[in-house]
Design a protein around this ligand. Structure first.
Ligand SMILES: NC(=O)c1ccc[n+]([C@@H]2O[C@H](COP(=O)([O-])OP(=O)(O)OC[C@H]3O[C@@H](n4cnc5c(N)ncnc54)[C@H](OP(=O)(O)O)[C@@H]3O)[C@@H](O)[C@H]2O)c1
Length: 260
């Protein structure tokens, strides 16, 4: 697997799964741009990203995926000087909660941050990918695409929309040798997972270790994923080894999803 001379844009690349993806792609030789809100964190990570060739130049973009007009302007500017070969659509997950209690604003916010942003960014990147007759779009979604998760009502709803958007796009742009795939992480050790467990522990008045044990029982591999394990799947899909794979949902969940 070799990604030298390729530019990867990793959205949400400053923490958790996105950060692990940025490291993985840089290890394969890609020049990586990480995008998120916290400037200090982004700057620190840029200096730690691996370099295996002198061609590699890593950079960061301060961006808020809730501000769609700003996203459009900043990604457009980035691609003028650094067209994107590998796009990783990823951002923070929607808040947890029962769907019956969800406010309308929660749906519109999540829809905008996930689906609209993915769409806007892809639309800006695709013309260059078409010119080069090569491109990779990989969306980090969730296993809830296949099986809704309890207490993640808004997330379950919006994830399904993102998955169908991606499949439709894969059908349209395959002829330009651009692949579009979805990676569906299971429970992965990141700040988001810690926050969800903490909330569950408070709501159920149970210890964090009890909540974790209950969650692990539902996973055939009996453990949470490390972010790097999700990143490994993404790196494979971004690489030439995955040249004939498009339009799929790939769960990386230790077997937790009950359906095929
Ligand atoms: N961890 C899991 O167990 C798990 C399981 C299934 C699905 N997922 C999904 O996978 C995705 C990544 O999860 P994660 O666990 O890696 O999350 P995380 O640790 O919370 O990291 C989220 C990343 O996105 C950035 N981000 C969040 N909101 C943003 C915004 N409005 N604008 C720009 N950047 C933003 C964060 O940086 P800043 O805060 O600095 O902006 C950070 O870099 C999420 O959609 C999550 O729901 C995670």
């Amino acid at each position: 697997m070799n990604l030298i001379n390729q530019h990867a844009l990793v959205c949400g690349g400053s923490k958790g799964i996105g950060k692990a993806i940025a490291i993985g792609l840089a290890q394969l030789g890609a020049s990586v741009t990480i995008a998120a809100r916290n400037a200090e964190l982004l700057e620190n990570i840029i200096h730690t990203l691996p370099r295996i060739s002198n061609e590699q130049k890593h950079q960061f973009l301060i961006i808020d995926f809730e501000q769609t007009e700003d996203v459009r302007k900043k990604i457009h500017l980035l691609t003028l000087s650094h067209p994107v070969d590998i796009l990783i659509n990823n951002t923070g997950g929607p808040a947890s909660g029962l769907i019956q209690n969800a406010a309308i604003e929660e749906f519109t916010k999540a829809f905008s941050q996930h689906l609209i942003c993915n769409h806007l960014i892809s639309q800006i990147c695709i013309p260059y990918m078409k010119e080069r007759n090569h491109g990779r779009i990989i969306n980090i979604i969730s296993t809830s695409v296949k099986q809704p998760l309890d207490n993640l009502g808004v997330s379950n709803t919006v994830r399904a929309a993102v998955a169908n958007w991606a499949k439709t796009l894969a059908n349209e742009i395959g002829e330009y040798n651009i692949t579009v795939n979805n990676v569906l992480p299971g429970a992965t050790r990141t700040e988001r997972l810690e926050a969800l467990i903490q909330k569950e522990s408070t709501a159920k008045n149970k210890s964090i270790s009890d909540i974790e044990s209950e969650m692990k029982k539902s996973i055939p591999l009996r453990r949470f994923a490390e972010p790097k394990e999700i990143a490994n799947a993404v790196c494979f899909l971004a690489s030439p080894l995955a040249s004939y794979i498009t339009g799929i949902n790939l769960p990386v969940d230790g077997g937790r999803t009950k359906s095929l």
